[in-house]
Design a protein around this ligand. Structure first.
Ligand code: AMP
Length: 285
């Protein structure tokens, strides 16, 4: 595996590889890697990418909470070992923020994702999606991949990236990779290491609630299921921010009977003590 810390060096290398006709797969991450991240690399291999590129960059512009940025786990040596074991070919780990946002770059240009970015995470993390889209667009411009691999775990993020690719007419195929879970159902997340023992014990209820909602979708109204989920999460000691049953494309609340929609996803965000966790499950479609 080759490691690049400078954008120009990475671009020179990838340009040469591209000239030989290689298909490039790309998985952007913020590091503190786990098996869910490695699934992106493995999937890129099975999608016949000749060259798999990962990036590790804790992007300051997508953190609306400075404390969250400061406490974000960083484990670069372990990450390198894991990527190597998963068969990653190239790691881009910029050593300075200026490698991604060079002086003179106009960062005031805003994306307009409309209602897609106004709900759920957009409501609770103002500015987050602008920051996320800015870095993803920068990374796509730098890496120029044929295929982009992202996790279902961050469902709204993925939907917004799909919209970004459409808006900017980027020549890249977006591939969604299933959420990797711990044996007790908790979605793997870099933030899980920060959970207290009590909160780690409570956190599996998130997936239990998603599954229960899925089981009951055909028989019960959406509002009832959302209310029931919020109550169950709170009773387990978590502080839910939202539990929403939405259309899988528009991400807007479906309300009423889920029978009217053919693609339905439940999305949830909770505080587990000091740690914010998100998860989702496709209920239908
Ligand atoms: P992050 O490092 O958290 O920004 O995530 C980088 C990429 O890994 C994103 O596309 C995430 O959706 C994906 N990812 C994070 N956790 C998981 C998981 N448990 N299963 C699958 N993909 C994941």
């Amino acid at each position: 595996m080759l490691l690049f810390k400078k954008t120009a060096d990475l671009q020179n290398h990838l340009a040469a590889e591209r000239r030989t006709g290689k298909i490039i797969g790309f998985a952007p991450t913020m590091g503190a890697l786990h098996d869910g991240h490695l699934d992106l690399i493995r999937r890129a291999k099975t999608e016949k990418c000749d060259l798999v590129v990962a990036s590790i960059f804790v992007n300051p512009t997508q953190f609306n909470d400075p404390k969250d940025l400061e406490k974000y786990p960083r484990t670069p040596e372990k990450d390198i070992r894991l990527l190597l074991s998963a068969g990653c070919d190239v790691l881009f780990m910029p050593d300075e923020v200026g490698e991604i946002y060079p002086p003179g770059l106009d960062l005031t240009v805003k994306f307009d994702f409309g209602p897609l970015a106004e709900v759920m995470e957009g409501r609770f993390r103002p500015g987050h999606f602008q920051g996320m889209a800015t870095v993803v667009k920068r990374l796509l411009d730098i890496v120029g991949p044929d295929q982009l691999f992202m996790g279902q775990k961050d469902y709204q993020q993925l939907s917004i990236c799909r919209n970004l690719i459409l808006q900017a007419a980027l020549p890249v195929k977006l591939v969604m990779v299933d959420t990797r879970r711990e044996p007790d159902g908790l979605a793997m997340s870099s933030r899980n290491v920060r959970l207290s023992p009590e909160m780690r014990a409570a956190a599996p209820v998130i997936f239990q609630v998603l599954k229960k909602t899925s089981d009951e979708l055909a028989d019960k109204p959406v509002e009832f299921l959302e209310k029931q989920a919020l109550e169950t999460l709170a009773a387990a000691g978590l502080k839910p921010e939202y539990f929403e049953i939405v259309d899988g494309i528009s991400l807007q609340p479906i309300g009423g009977e889920a029978g009217d929609s053919d693609f339905v996803v439940a999305c949830v965000a909770v505080w587990a003590g000091e740690v914010r966790l998100i998860d989702n499950l496709v209920l239908k479609g």
